[in-house]
Design a protein around this ligand. Structure first.
Ligand SMILES: *[C@@H]1O[C@H](CO)[C@@H](O)[C@H](O)[C@H]1NC(C)=O
Ligand SMILES: *[C@@H]1O[C@H](CO)[C@@H](O)[C@H](O)[C@H]1NC(C)=O
Ligand SMILES: *[C@@H]1O[C@H](CO)[C@@H](O)[C@H](O)[C@H]1NC(C)=O
Ligand SMILES: *[C@@H]1O[C@H](CO)[C@@H](O)[C@H](O)[C@H]1NC(C)=O
Length: 272
């Protein structure tokens, strides 16, 4: 039995199939994804999923019917980016009250208004600096409001800010446009206290050689957001060439305001 909301959603998609990828379509799809994760896939099917969808968790390709989406997870907080240029979404889900707790970062790619790719970094107890209670607490203090049109940065500026941040980990001479204040939420640990006006985002340089590869972007000019899925080297002692990681960054007036990092570990806290 297919719920009627699912049918209505598909009809809506069919009606706009020939149009460009709209923010509304992406918003509806992200909302459906959040709903499906909240209820579990069997009871709340994802609409507009292509038959041959490519689904991966922590860079492991798997059947969508076997992944975390099949669990009903209490969603305590969600935040999404909508990329109408690439037809892509990014969603951050936080569940501190679920057992086990989760922080999940997901990117979805669309072709002809169908979801063709879903990639998630799924973190829980034991992953890098993981503390969903802390993530939720600090995340809720932040303001990722819509930026007035006249003050918006271009896609290029937003993406370059995120790239500079990642590049600086391997090369301390890279100039990163940190704002003052700037705050980083790494797992559940926050670099800035409430009301901090400092730049607490600056990273020390990692041991060489150090290069962050396999960067995949979702950019949303309306909130100055970029998410970069990437292979993070060094940190995970079992995977020195790179483990699944993502950084979502908020840029205001060309300067980085917030960073959230989610990193998967092979062993407790990546063996550190
Ligand atoms: C799914 O099928 C479409 C249409 O046949 C094709 O363009 C696309 O590349 C396929 N995607 C994957 C992940 O195989
Ligand atoms: C997701 O966030 C939006 C706005 O921040 C909120 O209205 C909605 O209820 C949230 N969804 C869930 C399932 O928590
Ligand atoms: C997780 O974060 C919360 C809120 O900041 C804090 O009270 C708690 O002590 C943290 N837990 C651990 C294990 O660090
Ligand atoms: C990491 O990459 C190097 C160079 O490509 C390779 O020799 C090494 O086996 C890789 N290590 C692991 C653990 O995959």
């Amino acid at each position: 039995m297919i719920p009627s909301s699912f049918v209505l959603f598909c009809l809506g998609l069919a009606a706009q199939a020939s149009a460009a990828c709209t923010r509304e379509m992406l918003q509806d799809a992200a909302a459906a994804y959040i709903k499906a994760q909240g209820a579990g896939l069997p009871t709340s099917p994802m609409p507009a999923v292509a038959n041959n969808i490519s689904y991966a968790e922590n860079d492991k390709i798997m059947d969508i019917k076997t992944g975390v989406l099949n669990q009903a997870i209490t969603i305590d907080f969600n935040r999404s980016l909508y990329d109408t240029t690439q037809c892509a979404t990014f969603t951050e889900l936080v569940s501190a009250s679920n057992k086990p707790p989760y922080v999940i970062h997901t990117r979805m790619l669309f072709t002809a208004d169908q979801i063709t790719t879903i990639q998630s970094v799924v973190t829980t107890d034991g992953d890098w600096a993981f503390n969903a209670t802390g993530q939720l607490y600090w995340n809720k203090q932040e303001t990722w409001s819509t930026i007035p049109e006249s003050k918006r940065d271009t896609r290029a500026v937003i993406q370059a800010a995120g790239d500079a941040y990642l590049d600086s980990w391997g090369d301390g001479t890279v100039k990163v446009p940190y704002g003052t204040p700037c705050a980083r939420l790494e797992g559940g640990s926050y670099t800035a206290g409430k009301g901090s006006t400092a730049n607490t985002c600056k990273m020390p340089q990692f041991p060489q050689p150090f290069k962050i590869t396999n960067r995949r972007y979702v950019v949303d000019e309306e909130v100055g957001g970029v998410d970069i899925f990437n292979d993070f080297p060094f940190i995970d002692k079992v995977k020195p060439n790179g483990t699944s990681s993502t950084n979502v960054v908020r840029v205001e007036g060309g300067m980085i305001r917030y960073i959230h990092e989610v990193t998967k570990c092979s062993t407790k806290n990546c063996g550190r």
